[in-house]
Each structure stands twice: as structure tokens, then as C-alpha cells.
Design a protein around this ligand. Structure first.
Ligand SMILES: Cc1cc2ncn([C@H]3O[C@H](COP(=O)(O)O)[C@@H](O)[C@H]3O)c2cc1C
Ligand SMILES: O=C(O)c1cccnc1
Length: 383
């Protein structure tokens, strides 16, 4: 049996630095813009500082988009707008730089890394750097069979952990975590419903853009897979083997090891949030290391994020997956870091208010209020 003990993660994952978080909050009170005027950017600056253990936070220079790719047997049921087994075409588009994620990553100065965990493609279809962690061609049809053997689940999970270590070791500041997975929203729906204790209909969405008939097939597939999930709900590696997939196991392993390594992550769509939910079961502190980039409208994502207490930064109807939602949030995070680092502090309030005659004059102590207030705005608005 597996010698990978997920229980260790509960103690290995620490919280971001609470002392630095407090320093950041206090520093923010001293900045020129009034507290609250920068809205969510304030909380983001504090989060980044706490994650980095540094106040104010460093600028985000080495940002990596990580796309975990895999096919899913359940796609053969016609639950996706895309043909079963067509993840390879998406991977190819990303590798040749023509996918939406490439356009946005170029715009925002982020590097893109694709990992083929279980794409249904011939050997040699992609460069070795992409297929290094390949586990199998497509994961099993989860409504009737296990997605993975226990060995494959462990192999995929460990691959995700290894990638988190590589990214942490190479100085990556932030990971934007997305997926390329035809049928992936069905699998994510199963994991989310299983862990939230809800019905299939609550988590079944339109995914890549399916019609009503396909929605009914998707809902039935989720219902059937949920039955297979229930007996293994207490063991997250078994759960990923039964109703997940190699890409999901790797993404979960990545998230947990990234949290151990204090590497902050922005979640993209329903696939990364379902994996985050599995990871939360393993290590309850882990969600403190994550942000939700954007709401995709997939109901399972909303359900999972609610459980994770993560409030998506954006909601603009971007429902493409492939980390585009996480990338959209990057300029906000960069703005938060830059504002926290570069905004000047307010000058110290003088203890003895100034008077027109100058500080320390007899008039100052006799009539402290009005002259000082007159002087304030004039000093504060030199332009
Ligand atoms: C043009 C297009 C490109 C995409 N690239 C990723 N996804 C997204 O759709 C897939 C999941 O949806 P489902 O479960 O319905 O198959 C994933 O590959 C996800 O990243 C895309 C979706 C579309 C429409
Ligand atoms: O990632 C998601 O949430 C997603 C992906 C494709 C289509 N709809 C949602």
C-alpha cells in the first residue's frame, strides 16, 4: 500500500505570518490615503505581506501560470462541449503560444508552464518537460470505475508536490493555477458535492458551454460518481483515485506542498477550487495561502469557494478556464503590492499644534485648536 501519509500536511502547513500581517495593517493606517479608500487592495497587500513574511510586500516579479492537463473518461458520455480526449489540442495551442492564456500571460509578464498528467496523446506528442510527470492516457470513467489505481493516485500526487518544490526552489513569487481538462468540470462537480454533502443537481453547471440534454447527462454522471465517492470520503487520496483523476491528484498535491513551502497561489476555476477543497480536508490552514481569482459561474466553484471562505476577486463572466481568471487578478495583486510599498506615510501629527507665530509661542498653548487646523490643509495640499 501507499507510504504517502497525507496526515503529515496538517502539521507541516503553517499559517502566513500573523505578525507581519499586523505590521502591514498598522503601516497602512499611516499612509496618506484614508483607511478603507483602497478597498480590497488593502487586504490584498496585507495578505501578500503575510505570505512573504515581509512588510511591505515585495513586487511580484516571478509569476508562473501552471496548467495541469488531463483527459477524463467521463467526457465520453457527452458531458462537455468539446470532444472527449481533445485536451491534447488545448495543450498544443498553449505550447505554440496561441491560447487565450498565452495572450494574457504575455500582456502581464507571467511565464506559462504546462504539465501533462493524463492527456490522451501518443508518446512524444509533447516535449519531455511537459510529459515528465505523465501518469496515464486519460483517467477512468468515474461514474462506473475508478479514475486511477492507488499507485497512480500517489504518483500523480507526488508529481504535484515535486512541481511545488521546483517552483518554490526557483524563486517563483506567485502561482496562477489552472487546468486543461475536457470533462474536468464534471469531475470537479463530483468532488465538490461529495465534500460539501450536496446533490448532483446543485453542482452541475454548463462547463465549456453544454446544452440542456448534455446538462442532464452531466448531472446523471455526477450522481452516479457521487455514489462511488461516499465510501471513501474519509481518505482524500482514495477519493482522488475513485472519482478524481491524475490531473486532480497532482493539483491537490501541488496545492498542499505549495502551502508547506509558503508559496501563494491564485485559484482559477472550478477544477482548482475542487482540488483546494480536497486539500483543505487534509490541512485546514492551507486555504490561507490561496486567493480565488474569478468567479466562473460554475455552481460547484461557488460552493467550493464558500467552503474555503474565499471570495473571488473578480466576476466578469470569463469562463474559459486555462488560468485566464487567475491571470485577470494579477494586475490587482501587483497594484496592491506596489501601493503598499510606494505610498508615502502621512507626516507625523505635531504634538504641539502650530500657530501662525510658530511652535512653542505663548499663543500655541493658549489656543491650540484653530490655528493648527488652518495650517493642516495648506500643508497637505502643496500643489
Ligand atoms: C474554447 C475553450 C477553451 C478552453 N480551454 C480550457 N477550457 C475549459 O473547459 C474545460 C472544462 O469544461 P468541460 O468540463 O465542459 O469539458 C477545461 O479544459 C477548462 O480549462 C476551455 C473551454 C473552452 C470553451
Ligand atoms: O473552470 C471553470 O470553472 C470553468 C471552465 C470551463 C467552463 N466553465 C467553467
Amino acid at each position: 500500500m501507499s507510504d504517502l501519509n497525507l496526515d503529515d500536511f496538517a502539521s507541516l502547513v503553517e499559517r502566513p505570518d500573523a505578525g507581519v500581517q499586523r505590521d502591514s495593517e498598522e503601516r497602512r493606517q499611516r499612509l496618506v490615503p484614508p483607511a478603507g479608500s483602497l478597498g480590497r487592495l488593502e487586504e490584498l497587500g496585507d495578505w501578500l505581506a503575510a505570505a512573504q513574511g515581509r512588510c511591505p510586500a515585495r513586487p511580484l516579479e516571478r509569476v508562473k501560470v501552471l496548467l495541469v492537463a488531463g483527459d477524463h473518461g467521463v467526457a465520453r458520455l457527452g458531458v462537455s462541449a468539446r470532444p472527449a480526449g481533445s485536451t491534447a489540442a488545448m495543450v498544443r495551442a498553449v505550447l505554440d503560444g496561441s491560447a487565450a492564456v498565452n495572450v494574457m500571460a504575455r500582456q502581464f509578464g507571467a511565464r506559462v508552464r504546462v504539465l501533462d498528467l493524463s492527456v490522451d496523446a501518443d508518446e512524444g506528442a509533447f516535449p519531455p518537460a511537459v510529459t515528465r510527470h505523465h501518469v496515464r492516457r486519460g483517467s477512468g470513467r468515474i461514474d462506473v470505475e475508478d479514475a486511477l489505481t492507488p499507485r497512480e493516485a500517489e504518483q500523480a500526487f507526488r508529481a504535484g508536490m515535486a512541481v511545488a518544490d521546483e517552483e518554490a526552489d526557483s524563486g517563483t513569487d506567485l502561482v496562477l493555477l489552472g487546468d486543461l481538462s475536457v470533462g474536468g468540470t464534471t469531475v470537479a462537480g463530483v468532488l465538490t458535492a461529495a465534500l460539501c454533502g450536496t446533490d448532483a443537481s446543485v453542482v452541475t453547471g454548463r462547463g465549456s458551454g453544454i446544452d440542456d440534454l448534455a446538462w442532464m447527462r452531466k448531472c446523471a454522471a455526477i450522481r452516479d460518481a457521487l455514489r462511488r465517492a461516499r465510501p471513501v470520503l474519509g481518505d482524500q487520496l482514495q477519493l482522488l483515485a475513485a472519482v478524481g483523476g491524475a490531473d486532480f491528484a497532482a493539483t491537490t498535491g501541488f496545492l498542499l506542498q505549495a502551502a508547506v513551502r509558503r508559496l501563494p497561489v491564485v485559484l482559477d476555476g472550478v477544477v482548482s477550487s475542487a482540488c483546494a477543497l480536497v486539500a483543505q480536508r487534509v490541512a485546514f490552514r492551507a486555504p490561507d495561502w490561496w486567493l480565488a481569482g474569478q468567479s466562473t459561474g460554475e455552481p460547484a466553484q461557488a460552493k467550493a469557494l464558500d467552503r474555503l471562505a474565499l471570495d473571488p476577486l473578480l466576476d466578469h463572466g470569463v469562463r474559459l478556464g486555462e488560468a485566464t481568471g487567475a491571470l485577470l487578478a494579477l494586475p490587482m495583486l501587483r497594484a496592491a503590492a506596489a501601493l503598499a510599498a510606494e505610498l508615502p506615510e502621512r507626516p507625523e501629527e505635531p504634538e504641539t499644534p502650530e500657530t501662525p507665530e510658530g511652535p512653542g509661542s505663548p499663543g500655541a498653548s493658549e489656543a491650540p485648536g484653530e490655528p493648527a487646523e488652518d495650517a493642516g490643509p495648506a500643508e497637505a495640499s502643496p500643489h
